[in-house]
Design a protein around this ligand. Structure first.
Ligand code: IVH
Length: 667
C-alpha cells in the first residue's frame, strides 16, 4: 500500500508540475496525449484506492492558478474544463451514456476546439467592463486592459444588456510567424507555439504589446443563457453572433452520432487550412433542458466532450545529441534536430527524457526521425525511419563525464538514471536555486532563471542561501538586462519576505531527491523541527507515513553531507522557520478512525475548517463519495453528492448534528 501511495503521489506531483508549466508558465512539457493518459491513470488509481484521493487532486481541479500580476476575480459561475477523447469509440460511448440518461435521441452541436486560452467577458448595459482568465476555474485574473486591445472583441454591444460570454483567445498563425521572426532578429527567445504566445501576450503588463500582436477571440458559451429566454446551445450561439461576437461553431445540429462522425472527418482535414490552431472538436448537447439531468463532474460538464485530434507528424534529421544536467544531477539527453515546422511552430530540439528512450527508439546521429507534436505541446521523437539509413549514421555514446563539470558520471538503478554526483557542478547549482525559488518552494517572484544563471556564473550565488546577500549587489542587479531600480527593489523585497515561509515549504525547497510537497509536509509534521530530522536514522524516517526505503535513505544521506549541514546553519542565521508546532491528534469516540466528507454551504465553519477538525480528531476526510465513507455532512444547496450518498445508504448529518456528536465524542 505504501508503494501505491508513493506511485500515486509521484503521478499526482508530475501532473501538478505539468499543470503549473502549462497554465502558469505558458509552456508544455509533455504532449497533450501523454498528459491525458497520465490523468486517466491517476483517475484509475483513485477509483481503486479512494482513500488515496486528496481534495486538490488534479482529477478534480481545472489546472491553473492565478498569479499575483493581475488582480483576482472570482467567477460567478466556475469556468470548467472538458473531458477528452481521442477515438470514435469513446465518442459513441459518450452518446450512449447521454441517451441512457435522457432516454431519447439527442441533437449535438459541433464546434472547433480552439487552442488558445479561455477568457470570460463581462458586459454591463452593453459595455465590456471586465475580462477574466480562467485561473484555477474559480478565481481568475483581471486582464481587462489587455483584452480591450483585441479588435475582434466588441467593446459595446448593439443591445444595452448585462451578459457574460466565454471563449478562447488565440494568436493567428500568420501573426505567430511574424512575431517569432521579429523576436529571432532581436535575439529574443522565440515562442514555442501560438498558444504560449497568446497566453504570454495576454498575461504581460504592457497593453501596447498586446495591441501590436493582433490576438483574436472566438466565443463558445453564454453564461446562464436560459435567463435570456434561450433554450438551446445553438440559439445561444446565434444570439451572441448577432451581438457581434465571432464564435467557434462549425456545424448547426447533428441529429445523430453518424452525422457527427462525418463532420469530424471533414474538419480533421479542413482545420489544417485554418489560420489558427485547433486541437480538436467540441461536441455539445444542444438542448439545455437536458443539462441538469446530465450534470457535471468536478471538472467538466457531462453534456459536452472534446474529441481531440491525433498529433501531426513530420520527418526531420537528428543532427546531434546534447545533454542537460538536472537539479539532482540526472543527465537528460536532448535531440538537436534539423529545423522543421510541426503544427505551426518550428521544432529544433526534443527531449529524449532518458537513455532508455534512445535504446527504445534505436536512435543514431544522422537518422531520419519522425517528430510529433499535437497542438500546444513539446515535440517528441516517435520513430526512426530505419529504411532511410545510408550507413553514415553514428552510434550515440553514453557520456562518461558531466557535460558541465566534467566529473565522472555514475549510473544508478538501471541505465535510466545517469548522474553527476559533484555537488558543486554549476548546472546543478543553478537548477537547485531555480527549484528553491519556485512557486511551491519559497515562491520568490522576480528571481528568474536569467538572474540565477548570471549570478551563479559570477560566483555570487554559490548556493541558495546566497540569495539573501543579493542586497549587497544592487548595482549588478540593476545592470542586468531589463532590470530597473524598481524591479530590483521589488525583487529584494520578495527575497526578504520569503524568509517567513512555513517550515514544510522551506524543507521542500531544500530539494532533497524524492521529497515532494506531501512528503515534506508529513516529515515536518511528524518530526517537528530540523534537528529531529537531521538526527533521525533511516528506520525512524521510515515510520513516517508514506516514507519508504528510497525516500528515507535520500533524506538520511542528504543530512550526512557536511555541506548540507553548513547550509542549514546558514539558514538558521538568515532566520528561516525551521520548526513546526506538531499537530496534536486527540481521540474522539465519534470521529477517530471514521471517514467524513462535507458538501454544500456550511453555516458555522468553512469546509476546510471542518476538514481540519476531523483530521485533528483522528478522522479521515475523503474527497468523494464512495462506500468507504461513513458520514456525509451536508450544508445548504447540497447537490449530487447528497443524492449519491443517499443511494449508497451513507449516514447523513447536518452541520449541527455533526457538531453535537463531535462534542459528545470528546466527553
Ligand atoms: S466549452 C462548460 N467549447 O477547451 C464549458 N471549450 O479543454 C466548457 N475550448 O476550458 C468549455 N474551444 O478553454 C468549449 N468550442 C469550445 C472550445 C473550448 C476551446 C477550450 C476552453 C476549455 C478547454 C477545455
Amino acid at each position: 500500500m505504501k508503494d501505491i501511495a508513493l506511485i500515486y503521489e509521484k503521478l499526482k506531483k508530475d501532473i501538478e508540475k505539468y499543470n503549473h508549466h502549462y497554465y502558469n508558465l505558458d509552456e508544455s512539457l509533455i504532449t497533450d496525449f501523454e498528459y491525458d493518459m497520465l490523468l486517466k491513470e491517476l483517475e484509475a488509481l483513485e477509483n481503486r484506492y479512494p482513500e488515496l484521493k486528496s481534495e486538490n487532486t488534479p482529477t478534480n481541479t481545472v489546472g491553473g492558478v492565478s498569479s499575483d500580476k493581475f488582480s483576482k476575480v472570482r467567477h460567478k459561475v466556475p469556468m470548467l474544463s472538458l473531458s477528452n477523447t481521442y477515438n470514435i469509440d469513446d465518442l459513441r460511448a459518450f452518446d450512449l451514456r447521454c441517451k441512457k440518461i435522457i432516454e431519447t435521441d439527442i441533437e449535438y452541436v459541433l464546434e472547433l476546439k480552439l487552442d488558445g486560452l479561455s477568457i470570460s467577458l463581462i458586459y454591463e448595459k452593453g459595455r465590456l467592463v471586465r475580462a477574466v482568465t480562467r485561473g484555477d476555474g474559480s478565481v481568475g485574473e483581471d486582464v481587462t486592459e489587455n483584452v480591450l486591445q483585441i479588435l475582434s472583441i466588441p467593446k459595446t454591444l448593439n443591445e444595452s444588456i448585462d451578459l457574460e460570454v466565454r471563449g478562447e483567445i488565440v494568436l493567428p498563425l500568420k501573426e505567430f510567424e511574424r512575431i517569432n521572426i521579429e523576436r529571432e532578429e532581436n535575439g529574443e527567445v522565440v515562442f514555442a507555439n501560438p498558444r504560449n504566445a497568446a497566453a504570454g501576450t495576454l498575461r504581460q503588463l504592457d497593453k501596447n504589446i498586446v495591441k501590436e500582436r493582433n490576438l483574436d477571440c472566438y466565443l463558445y458559451y453564454l453564461v446562464n443563457a436560459e435567463n435570456y429566454g434561450i433554450k438551446t446551445h445553438l440559439e445561444s450561439i446565434t444570439y451572441i453572433e448577432k451581438l457581434g461576437f465571432k464564435t467557434t461553431r462549425v456545424f448547426n445540429v447533428c441529429k445523430n452520432i453518424e452525422e457527427l462522425e462525418k463532420e469530424i472527418d471533414y474538419w480533421d482535414s479542413k482545420r489544417k487550412k485554418l489560420d489558427y490552431e485547433t486541437d480538436g472538436l467540441v461536441i455539445k448537447v444542444n438542448d439545455f433542458k437536458y443539462y441538469e439531468k446530465l450534470g457535471y463532474t468536478a471538472k467538466s460538464p457531462r453534456w459536452a466532450i472534446a474529441y481531440k485530434f491525433k498529433a501531426e507528424q513530420k520527418e526531420t534529421k537528428l543532427l546531434d545529441i546534447t545533454y542537460q544536467v538536472g537539479r539532482t544531477g540526472v543527465i537528460t539527453p536532448v535531440a538537436e534536430l534539423k529545423a522543421v515546422n510541426v503544427s505551426g511552430s518550428i521544432v529544433r530540439r526534443a527531449s529524449l527524457h532518458n537513455f532508455d528512450e534512445i535504446d527504445r527508439l534505436g536512435l543514431k546521429i544522422g537518422d531520419t526521425v519522425i517528430v510529433e507534436k499535437a497542438a500546444e505541446i513539446i515535440p517528441q521523437i516517435v520513430k526512426v525511419e530505419l529504411e532511410k539509413r545510408n550507413g553514415m549514421e553514428k552510434d550515440i555514446l553514453i557520456p562518461l563525464n558531466c557535460p558541465s563539470c566534467d566529473s565522472t558520471l555514475t549510473r544508478e538503478d538501471t541505465l535510466v538514471a545517469l548522474k553527476c554526483k559533484n555537488s558543486h557542478c554549476i548546472e546543478k547549482v543553478k537548477r537547485r536555486i531555480e527549484y528553491f525559488v519556485s512557486r511551491d518552494a519559497l515562491n520568490i517572484q522576480g528571481m528568474g532563471n536569467k538572474i540565477i544563471e548570471k549570478f551563479v556564473d559570477l560566483d555570487i550565488l554559490k548556493d541558495f542561501t546566497d540569495i539573501y546577500s543579493l542586497k549587497n549587489y544592487r548595482s549588478e542587479l540593476i545592470s542586468l538586462e531589463k532590470m530597473g531600480e524598481k524591479s530590483v527593489e521589488k525583487l529584494l523585497d520578495n527575497i526578504e519576505k520569503s524568509k517567513d515561509t512555513s517550515f514544510d515549504k522551506v524543507f521542500y525547497a531544500l530539494g532533497i531527491e524524492f521529497v515532494g510537497k506531501t512528503t515534506s509536509r508529513i516529515i515536518v509534521n511528524e518530526l517537528g523541527n530540523i534537528e529531529n530530522i537531521i538526527n533521525s536514522d533511516v528506520e525512524r524516517l521510515k515510520l513516517c507515513e508514506g516514507v519508504g526505503e528510497k525516500v528515507a535513505f535520500s533524506i538520511f544521506n542528504f543530512f550526512k553531507g557536511e555541506e548540507n549541514i553548513k547550509i542549514i546553519e546558514k539558514m538558521k542565521k538568515i532566520g528561516f522557520t525551521l520548526s513546526k508546532e506538531k499537530e496534536v491528534i486527540t481521540n474522539n469516540s465519534f470521529i477517530t478512525n471514521k471517514s467524513f466528507l462535507a458538501t454544500g454551504k456550511l453555516e458555522q465553519y468553512s469546509r476546510d475548517e471542518i476538514k481540519e477538525i476531523i483530521l485533528k480528531n483522528g478522522g479521515k476526510y475523503l474527497s468523494s463519495i464512495s462506500k468507504n465513507l461513513d458520514y456525509l455532512i451536508v450544508g445548504e444547496k447540497a447537490g449530487s453528492k447528497l443524492q449519491k450518498a443517499k443511494d449508497l445508504g451513507i449516514d447523513i448529518l447536518n452541520e449541527n448534528e455533526f457538531l453535537e456528536k463531535l462534542k459528545k465524542g470528546s466527553e
